[in-house]
Design a binder for this molecule. Structure first.
Ligand SMILES: Nc1ncnc2c1ncn2[C@@H]1O[C@H](COP(=O)(O)OP(=O)(O)OP(=O)(O)O)[C@@H](O)[C@H]1O
Length: 291
């Protein structure tokens, strides 16, 4: 078991932000935590890493309670840049982690090189751009070669080429066996990283593997969406009713069976629209178009 989160509840005053969050990560994977501003993503990540106490519930990380400080030898948490000290250099930050965790200078320099912060690691952080700070935070998070890497908005403030670079680094870490749990508002980047998404809505998690929806889908305007849904689900064709239309998650070449079944059941097809499907569409369905 990599991560087990059970029945976590957390309130600030009267506002209950997390209403009994439960999930498990059993296999190495990349998993994204997605939700509107203020939905509780940072609160949940802070509870998982024990920076914040939950009101009820418990968390175990790699078989140990998250209250055990030794877990930070095997996991890392990349928070926002408020954890950085302006008057220290990037290298000072890394060296401090190295000293606490017994990481060699060679290993630190290897990570510095890989993340590409060598040219400015001896400058004071107060002079860094937002993107430079994000790179340093990532270097600090991976220098201990964590088995579980938790990242709060790692792509925040990155231009497209740096977002691509950080994505490649995350994919390489995953390939080498690191499990990554990240929160992000950048749904396009998430689609390139993973299909495993946890949507945080009204204090509850909706956990989905969006790859089951395929990458394209078709919205069919038909005479009886409800009946068509029943019929097609009998053939294990993934469908959903959206605004009275029937959304079919199939490639064009597989639609023949759909049309055949509609005809057989005397369901009239008026219109068909192709849609490209990704986490953004799923987000809009869960939170509404305007969120
Ligand atoms: N220390 C605190 N005291 C009181 N309320 C807080 C505190 N921290 C967070 N909140 C409230 O809890 C809710 C969730 O905040 P949180 O920062 O976890 O959301 P988030 O999903 O990470 O938001 P964002 O996407 O904007 O970073 C918000 O309504 C916020 O105002």
């Amino acid at each position: 078991m990599i991560l087990s989160v059970k029945e976590i509840r957390k309130s600030y005053g009267k506002e209950e932000v997390l209403k009994g969050i439960t999930f498990e990560i059993t296999q190495p994977q990349i998993i994204a935590l997605v939700g509107p501003n203020g939905s509780g993503k940072t609160t949940l990540l802070n509870v998982i890493t024990n920076l914040l106490s939950a009101d009820t519930g418990n968390v175990t990380v790699l078989g140990k309670s998250n209250k055990d400080p030794n877990i930070f030898r095997e996991i890392s948490y990349m928070q926002d840049n408020s954890v950085l000290y302006d008057y220290l250099t990037g290298y000072d930050h890394l060296q401090f982690i190295g000293d606490v965790q017994g990481i060699t200078k060679e290993k630190i320099l290897e990570v510095v090189n890989w993340i590409g912060i060598d040219s400015y690691m001896h400058k004071k952080v107060g002079k860094y751009s937002l993107g430079m700070k994000q790179h340093l935070l990532l270097a600090m998070a991976i220098v201990n070669q964590p088995k579980l890497l938790i990242l709060d908005e790692p792509l925040n403030g990155l231009d497209p080429s740096n977002a691509i670079k950080i994505r490649k680094i995350m994919l390489k870490l995953y390939k080498d066996g690191t499990t990554i749990l990240l929160s992000s508002h950048n749904l396009d980047e998430i689609d390139r990283l993973t299909s495993q998404i946890m949507f945080l809505k009204d204090g509850n998690l909706i956990k989905e593997d969006i790859s089951v929806y395929e990458k394209t889908c078709y919205d069919l305007s038909i005479s009886d969406s409800k009946k068509a849904k029943e019929v097609l689900e009998g053939y294990e064709i993934p469908v959903e009713i959206v605004d009275d239309k029937l959304r079919v998650f199939k490639e064009a070449s597989d639609l023949y069976l759909v049309f055949k079944e509609l005809e057989k059941n005397k369901i009239v097809l008026d219109d068909i629209q192709k849609k490209v499907w990704g986490s953004e569409e799923r987000y809009k369905m869960i939170f509404g178009e305007d969120s």
